[in-house]
Design a protein around this ligand. Structure first.
Ligand SMILES: C[S@@+](CC[C@H](N)C(=O)[O-])C[C@H]1O[C@@H](n2cnc3c(N)ncnc32)[C@H](O)[C@@H]1O
Length: 268
């Protein structure tokens, strides 16, 4: 599957914030293991619309944070928040991770939530992260877990299979490309990291109902490309198919869908 099937992050920037409350547990877990101290320089890679870097900047005014992302739209949304809130310890720049415009050994810490598996070249990106991290500096990254531990992604994949071209399929393979046992370990070692640990963790997507979940799917445009590639007459049946997959996760207190992610942290 080509990288083309990734969402167009530049276009999705205005909608991406709708997902932030749902992936906040992952950011919180990352910040819990990040041991930052006053004066530290921190780089958030593939920083999207600014989280979890903005939470860190709001909580600890004495750190200095830079966020970088390849998509200009994402950076604009993040930087607008900095200006609106008058934060002086954080800024965002357009920059692909494969070409970080920073000197060797520049940062005390690097964080990256749900970015590495989406890089055009994950190994080149990790090598750049290693290069700009100070010796002894720490990194914390989160990547999606194994393919069979990603229910909502699998629903979309199954529902569109055979109905749209391979190029228009949801990017399940890319999203989960680092989630199988040993894969992230190998690529980190190739990028020269030797001191790190990988924790397999879960969090729930938590919605009052399938309808609430579906309204997020529609309003965030997350499957727009797939629906656009489908005849209008097939839209309702795809939605129904996905809602049948979701039934399994219906509880008395709403729809709760566990997803796996890997919390990976260590030092240079
Ligand atoms: C799923 S979003 C995550 C955003 C943010 N880290 C968060 O967790 O809210 C993935 C982000 O990775 C960025 N990205 C993808 N490839 C990149 C690359 N090669 N260099 C920098 N950013 C990249 C996208 O533009 C997008 O903003």
């Amino acid at each position: 599957m080509s990288n083309n099937s990734q969402p167009d992050w530049h276009k999705m920037a205005e909608k991406f914030d709708l997902w932030l409350p749902h992936i906040a547990p992952v950011g919180n877990a990352m910040l819990d293991v990040l041991e930052s101290k006053s004066g530290d320089k921190i780089l958030d890679i593939a920083s999207g619309t600014g989280e979890p870097a903005l939470t860190l900047a709001r909580n600890i005014s004495s750190v200095n944070i830079v966020g970088v992302d390849a998509a200009e739209g994402m950076v604009n949304v993040a930087q607008a928040k900095v200006e609106k809130e008058g934060l002086t310890n954080i800024s965002f720049n357009v920059m692909p991770v494969e070409q970080l415009n920073y000197a060797d050994n520049s940062f005390d810490h690097i964080i990256c939530r749900f970015g590495v598996m989406l890089f055009q070249d994950p190994l080149a990106g990790l090598k750049e992260m290693y290069r700009v991290l100070k010796p002894g500096g720490s990194f914390v990254i989160a990547v999606w877990g194994a393919r069979d531990k990603m229910p909502t992604m699998a629903w979309g994949y199954e529902a569109f299979k055979g109905k749209v071209s391979a190029d228009d399929m949801p990017p399940l393979a890319i999203a989960t490309s680092l989630g199988e046992p040993g894969v992230i370990d190998d690529i980190l070692k190739q990028a020269s990291f030797t001191d790190f640990q990988v924790e397999r963790k879960y969090f729930n997507y938590d919605f009052k109902s399938f309808d609430e979940y579906w309204s997020l799917i529609e309003s965030s445009d997350i499957l727009k490309r797939q629906f656009d590639a489908l005849a209008e007459s097939e839209h309702a049946s795809v939605r129904n198919e996905i809602s049948e997959f979701a039934d399994e996760f219906s509880t008395e207190s709403g729809m709760k869908v566990p997803h796996e992610y890997l919390l990976v942290y260590g030092r240079k």
